[in-house]
Design a protein around this ligand. Structure first.
Ligand SMILES: [Zn+2]
Length: 285
């Protein structure tokens, strides 16, 4: 497992995993962690990594690591096939997520295990598996109801971790991707998280997807119960697009990108800073 997860668990804080697909988003995240001196995970989904280029984002992060001296990790978010994850590993990603949550249990175990074996061979320190179906997408959407039968089963979670050897596990505990249009996002099933945490123990780090819109109190309690990584995407996308629209509306004659984009970078940076403070991952003296 990544050392930053072990430290996070011992000291009851969580590492933010923020998605980026272009230089402005990346700049915003880096400026926030530089200001707050926090470790961070930069995530790219399949679509995001295809847009920016896997090798290109690797090179950008290497240059930011050199400049900031901070622990910055590049992570593949929701790789849906063995091949996609393999490509990320070959491009030099530090950490990978295989999302087999739509497959049946045995098939999910089989492919995840194959990825864990490949990752170990290549010296990758974090393979994230996923068990339990997560509703929603990283956008603003109509409310959906979360049912108890959607949630990850604690015994199955332990079986999954033991059979695959994953370093970290994403679960369904009432979290959703994205934010609801006209209601608050649902509360987490913290009792269920507590049961999973007890069952899995130190065998794997627990990951909370859907960090956007989830009630802050629930996130704090979830971190106390053992969450070591919280994924945030939608809130950054919203901050980005809203600021960009405003920038263009306020300056309709402006055509210089580096004059249009600073307020966009600033808006995304602000959200990242708020999340880092909530996750308490700021490096302590
Ligand atoms: Zn996710």
């Amino acid at each position: 497992m990544l050392e930053i997860f072990q430290k996070a668990k011992e000291n009851k804080y969580a590492i933010g995993a923020f998605n980026a697909s272009n230089l402005e988003q990346l700049k915003a995240i880096i400026q926030a962690v530089k200001k707050l001196q926090s470790p961070v995970i930069i995530s790219t989904s399949q679509g995001e990594s295809k847009f920016i280029g896997k090798k290109q984002i690797r090179a950008l992060i290497d240059s930011y690591k050199e400049e900031t001296n901070l622990p910055i990790f590049l992570h593949l978010d929701h790789g849906k096939s063995f091949e996609v994850v393999q490509e990320a590993i070959e491009a030099g990603y530090d950490s990978v997520h295989f999302d087999g949550s739509e497959l049946d249990f045995e098939e999910n175990v089989e492919i995840t295990k194959k990825i864990v074996d490949l990752a170990k061979e290549k010296g990758i320190k974090n393979v994230e598996g996923e068990l339990g179906y997560l509703r929603g997408k990283s956008a603003v959407q109509e409310a959906v109801e979360i049912k108890e039968e959607d949630l990850t089963d604690p015994k199955k979670a332990l079986e999954f971790v033991e059979k695959t050897g994953v370093d970290s596990l994403a679960m369904a505990i009432g979290n959703i991707h994205g934010v609801f249009k006209s209601a608050q996002n649902p509360n987490l099933f913290l009792d269920r998280l507590g049961e999973i945490s007890k069952m899995v123990g130190d065998k794997a780090g627990l990951v909370l997807h859907g960090g956007s819109g989830t009630p802050e109190e629930d996130i704090k309690k979830a971190i106390e119960l053992g969450i070591v990584k919280v994924n945030v995407n939608t809130e950054l996308r919203l901050a980005y697009t809203e600021a960009l629209k405003k920038s263009l509306q306020d300056n309709p004659d402006q055509t210089t990108p580096y004059k249009i984009m600073p307020i966009v970078v600033e808006a995304v940076q602000k959200v990242v800073e708020e999340k880092i403070k909530l996750f308490m991952s700021k490096v302590r003296p």
